[in-house]
Ligand binder design. Structure first.
Ligand code: AMP
Length: 416
């Protein structure tokens, strides 16, 4: 085989794509209910947009971005996540001037050069939402509820919602110092990966996947216990909105997320149906990011959810609708004359919105019948000299086997 798809990328084949359409349909319906509008941003952007927003020292920026110089020597990057692009578009198009609160959602491919494994691809797909212009804790809760609502619409109800607050410019620096002090004391017992993060990205040490690290981090100070008054009140309000709404959640003081731009609320949704990569979605508040990217100070909150992992869960739980839907009618042609008639008639029926298939391979009547069966067509009509001269034919229901006579000029009436 001469050409193969690039490692970590996947074709979504017919038979699989129906699951994607199913998921995307649910996403769109739920987003619409919450009054979010779709935005589509380019697949690549100026590199600095991502390094600035996601954080120079994060894993994504240091190790995972698909960055290259184009022919005019500009550094561009395939987008590793959606928020930075959406915010860039929001600022560039003055969207904030049209309304004081803007609610946007997206669905699209993202690119990260990670080590491919189950649930971890290099081109993967996310949907997500961003609400820009309000500091209200109600929007933080809304983001979590939308995420869960999409899962509920698809039949998944046993996800776990973990919530934390990562503080703000005011309270986080003091906490960071405390954390660094603590981590330095136990540094020799931590994995080299965690050790290397202590100075540059100490918060990320908290979500180390290493069990030994986690045991040693048991007594580590947590941001949620050092929040300033504003962050603390915000966090309490988010939690009580969830409580009042009957949304089960767990406070996870070590939840920090891999991107630097979060302030206050951070959350993650996991599924026990997944293996080690169990995060389905994550999000949080980013009140400083729009300004950081050159816009007017505008608070924001959002989430992003992975589609591949969601489909893995749906498959495992057998929640996917039956894959392939065949055409409703297959018209079998018995000879050359019938073939010409069938071609024109199928075009008319399709114009009327009816899914029809015919033979293009000059197959025998028997082979055409087999093909109709393989495609799971609902009805089959055989047309030959006799049918054309009498103007009527026999239609067969492929499920029940029942046959009935129909006028060739009135095939449309079978589908009304
Ligand atoms: P993040 O943007 O890292 O918070 O990721 C949000 C969600 O996107 C995750 O919970 C996953 O469901 C999905 N995701 C992130 N990275 C990948 C990847 N490399 N392959 C597949 N899905 C991913």
């Amino acid at each position: 085989m001469k050409y193969r798809s690039i490692k970590g990328t996947k074709d979504i084949l017919p038979g699989e794509v129906e699951a994607w359409q199913h998921v995307e349909g649910s996403v769109r319906r739920v987003m619409q209910r919450f009054n979010y509008h779709e935005i589509r941003t380019p697949v690549f952007e100026t590199t600095a947009l991502f390094s600035r927003s996601i954080g120079e020292l994060t894993d994504i920026v240091t190790k995972e971005m698909y960055t290259f110089r184009d022919r005019s020597d500009e550094s561009v990057t395939l987008k590793p996540e959606g928020t930075a692009s959406v915010l860039r578009a929001y600022i560039q198009n003055n969207i904030g001037e049209q309304a004081s609160l803007t609610k946007l959602y997206y669905i699209g491919p993202m690119f990260r050069q990670e080590r491919p494994q189950a649930g971890r691809l290099r081109q993967f797909h996310q949907y997500g939402a961003e609400a820009l212009g309000s500091q209200s804790p109600a929007l933080d809760a809304e983001m979590m509820i939308i995420t869960l609502e999409i899962y509920r619409a698809l039949g998944i109800t046993d996800t776990m919602l973990k919530v934390n607050s990562v503080g703000c410019q005011r309270c986080r620096p003091r906490y960071k110092d405390l954390l660094i002090d603590h981590l330095k004391k136990i540094a020799s017992q931590l994995t080299p990966d965690s050790q290397s993060r202590i100075q540059n990205n100490p918060l990320r040490v908290l979500d180390s996947k290493d069990e030994g690290d986690q045991r040693r981090l048991r007594d580590v100070p947590l941001m949620k216990d050092f929040l300033c008054r504003e962050c603390s009140e915000h966090f309490v309000e988010v939690l009580s909105l969830l409580d009042e709404g009957g949304i089960p959640h767990q406070i996870d003081g070590k939840l920090v997320r891999g991107l630097d731009y979060y302030t206050k609320t951070a959350f993650e949704i996991t599924s026990s149906a997944l293996g080690s990569q169990d995060a389905l979605a994550g999000g949080g508040r980013y009140d400083l990011l729009v300004e950081e990217l050159g816009g007017k100070p505008t608070p924001g909150v959002g989430f992003a959810a992975g589609i591949e992992r969601l489909i893995m869960v749906l498959k495992k739980k057998e929640l996917l609708p039956s894959a392939f839907r065949g055409p409703r009618l297959y018209i079998v042609s018995a000879d050359k004359n019938a073939r010409r008639w069938t071609f024109q008639r199928s075009m008319e029926l399709r114009r009327h919105g009816i899914a029809v298939e015919i033979d293009y391979l000059e197959r025998s009547v028997k082979a055409q019948m087999r093909e109709a069966n393989r495609m799971a067509c609902e009805l089959v009509l055989i047309v030959g000299e006799r049918e054309l001269s009498s103007g009527s034919g026999t239609i067969k229901n492929m499920t029940s086997g029942m046959e009935s006579s129909v006028a060739l000029s009135q095939l449309e009436s079978l589908f009304t």
